[in-house]
Design a protein around this ligand. Structure first.
Ligand SMILES: CC(C)(COP(=O)(O)OP(=O)(O)OC[C@H]1O[C@@H](n2cnc3c(N)ncnc32)[C@H](O)[C@@H]1OP(=O)(O)O)[C@@H](O)C(=O)NCCC(=O)NCCS
Length: 306
């Protein structure tokens, strides 16, 4: 399992800059030292290492203005490319930018990495200044005002968010928000600040609530997808905590984890659905939740009789 880290020691920074030079400067015969600029001390740096401590991926972000941040120097070692590490680095830097209130994330991409940044949600805006004079670059921009995550069936997702707020008011106080729904994966996030305990980490009860609601939301959207109705209740929930949450609480439920049939609802009978929710802190898996939910046809009866 890969983990995004922040270099902190002199040795880690030495390794980080050497990797940046080897990946992004050496191939074009630029001397060592050319990989650094005047923003290093005020930038956010991130890296991913393998089990032997060797660097596999790096990236940097600095503020151009209070509402604009620039991503630079993303590199993944050739034999580790195509495994999602580049995207993990961009996503980690983007999370920092969002936390700092950034509205516009920019990058000056080489032609060759345009498809990569497009896949991370950036769009080409114009031709970019060419600082090293050799490689043509395009300025690509990702606006962070809206959540740019994919939201399939926006109307159902809005309804789900409203249902959480109206029927479970504490979910609002916990800052629980539906973050993305792709049709296969549902992701919900919560505010760490609103759920913090005396250790500065997320309260375990809040993690359980976020996971429960994520599974609940997945079933809610599956009912919509199938044109069914029902009252969803949690019958049994089991959670394993491995690590504390100190950054960004995220819960993901993938459709592959659902086990059970919705058909009994068509005969006015209750349906039993089991599912799994993965709990992450930023990009790091920290806990797993498994839940057994019952979907009761009673609400449907009530509506029909009303
Ligand atoms: C560009 C680079 C950072 C991408 O890193 P990576 O770890 O290989 O990319 P990922 O595996 O995270 O890919 C993320 C997405 O980008 C897409 N992608 C990456 N490189 C791509 C390419 N050359 N063509 C098309 N799509 C590409 C992937 O298909 C994937 O899409 P998906 O998530 O929709 O499936 C890496 O190839 C690299 O270091 N290149 C050399 C240095 C460089 O050009 N840095 C950018 C400086 S401007």
């Amino acid at each position: 399992m890969y983990r995004v880290e922040t270099p902190s020691t002199d040795q880690e920074f030495e390794q980080y800059f050497r990797f940046r030079w080897e990946m992004l400067r050496k191939p074009w015969n630029f001397p060592e030292g050319s990989e650094k600029d005047e923003y290093e001390s005020v930038s956010e740096h991130r890296m991913i290492r393998n089990g032997k401590g060797e660097l596999l991926a790096i990236g940097r972000m600095h503020l151009n203005a209070s509402d604009e941040a620039q991503i630079r120097h993303i590199a993944v070692s050739p034999d580790a490319q195509g495994k999602g590490l580049g995207k993990m680095i961009v996503s980690a830097l983007e999370q920092v930018a969002r936390k700092q209130g950034v509205l516009r994330l920019v990058t000056n991409s080489r032609e060759i990495s345009i498809p990569f940044f497009s896949s991370c949600g950036f769009n080409i805006e114009r031709e970019a200044p060419n600082d090293l004079g050799k490689l043509k670059r395009q300025q690509m921009v990702k606006r962070l005002t809206e959540m740019n995550a994919i939201m399939l069936h926006q109307d159902w997702c809005d309804e789900l968010q409203r249902t959480w707020q109206d029927t479970i008011p504490i979910s609002d106080q916990m800052g629980i928000k539906l973050y993305q729904y792709t049709g296969r994966t549902l992701e919900a996030r919560a505010s760490l600040n609103k759920n913090i305990n005396i250790h500065g980490t997320m309260f375990a009860g809040s993690i359980f609530s976020l996971a429960t609601l994520t599974g609940w939301g997945m079933i809610y959207l599956q009912l919509k997808q199938k044109g069914l109705m029902g009252d969803i209740v949690l019958g049994d929930g089991d959670i394993h905590y491995h690590k504390p949450i100190t950054m960004q609480p995220r819960c993901l439920c993938n459709i592959e984890s659902l086990d059970g049939k919705f058909d009994p609802l068509t005969k006015e009978k209750k349906a039993c659905i089991k599912l799994q929710v993965d709990i992450l802190d930023g990009d790091n898996p920290v806990a797993e939740f498994s839940g057994i939910y019952w979907v009761l046809p009673s609400r449907q009866d009530k509506l029909i009789n009303e």
